[in-house]
Design a protein around this ligand. Sequence first.
Ligand code: PLP
Length: 449
Amino acid sequence: AHDPAAARDAVKDADRKHVFHSWSAQELIDPLAVAGAEGSYFWDYDGNRYLDFSSALVYTNIGYQHPKVTAAVQEQAARLCTVAPGFAVDVRSEAARLIAERTPGDLDKIFFTNAGAEAVENAVRMARLHTGRPKVLSTYRSYHGATSTAINLTGDARRFGNDTATAGVVHFWGPFAYRSPFYAATEAEECERALRHLEDTIVFEGPQSIAAVILETVGGAPGVLVPPAGYLPGVRELCDRHGIVLILDEVMVGFGRTGTWFAAEHWDVVPDLLCFAKGVTSGYVPLGGVAISPAIAETFARRPYPGGLTYSGHVLACAAAVATINVMAEEDIVGRSARTGAELLGPGLRALAERHPSVGEVRGLGTFWALELVRDAATREPLVPYNASGADNAPMAAFGAACRKGGLWPLLAGNRVHVAPPCNIEAPDVAKGLEILDEALSVADAHMR
Ligand code: PLP
């Protein structure tokens, strides 16, 4: 007979014995065994269902198990699983065409990778070769992936265990009005001072040594940092003035997350290189890539590009991308993301902030939001310190436990809860998630001074 408890124990036992998990002290973790998933929900072996406000790691933009995409992957698997990257093949051509059609401006050529970090690695390599310059500038509040170059470009604390290959990386401060590094009082002041700080950094590093500035269009892991109106156009202008390549990392925010196909559209900015991954296949099969400007593509028109991957443009992944993009277009999932943000999530989260003093700020757009949790509303002291663990992190751990107990899987980062459900989440599920957050925030309130 089918015994879910025995199945769960077998899964967990082999996991504990043989699976080495990311970012973890292996003996200090206790991973939940997941039995299945559909739409905005996943469930365990004990009958607990979780409303997924994290979209896995912010990638199931169309929810779990969309039948059109699972069918397309099955059909492709039966027809042709793989061919070498050097051949031209139907689904790869079509995936590249569909992506190029949607990326901003004249970004028209697609280099496919397996995921986000490799997209960043290759964008940086292209920028260095195109300019002949060594340095890359990135912000402290950023995450760009976990390979050697990408983790050192990363500004957040995940970089700390990896400070071995920092050559050529320079960090600067991006705008963040709520915790302004520039002591700015308004968004406009924050924008102006952040641009002046970047310009000073460029001048003092030496523009002739700088290949690229890389930015998350909207900072994801660092806290849903929506830039002030003039910031990205200002960075674009600085890059143009100094011959620096602008790389926008849209690994987390591309493919509908912010209510547009790509977040750069909100500010009408066209980068020279754009990194994508996650949402391109809703994560059903791993895929990432770099969209490339004509000028950079031209650099490698008659000179070989010195980079490549066995699985660049993997056929099964490209089939998933084609199906995902078509489903997003047919079901207006990008528009739904925008409307869910404007009509439900934004107002709903702001209403929670009115009721809960621990919510210091609500920010976001589309299906991409964060609540900044504080110990003290006046001083804005974070509910837990930067890079907290163990007892220091207890208030956030208690808040997370309350969410999960209510049936909501939250995405927690530092002193924040990020709200990133599937872009096609249904209205009743938004309401349900907000209700659970409402209860859990009382736990956060209780940890204030
Ligand atoms: N860039 C950004 C903005 C990300 O959010 C991530 C992952 O979360 C990455 C890059 C790295 O992507 P991957 O984990 O697929 O290598």
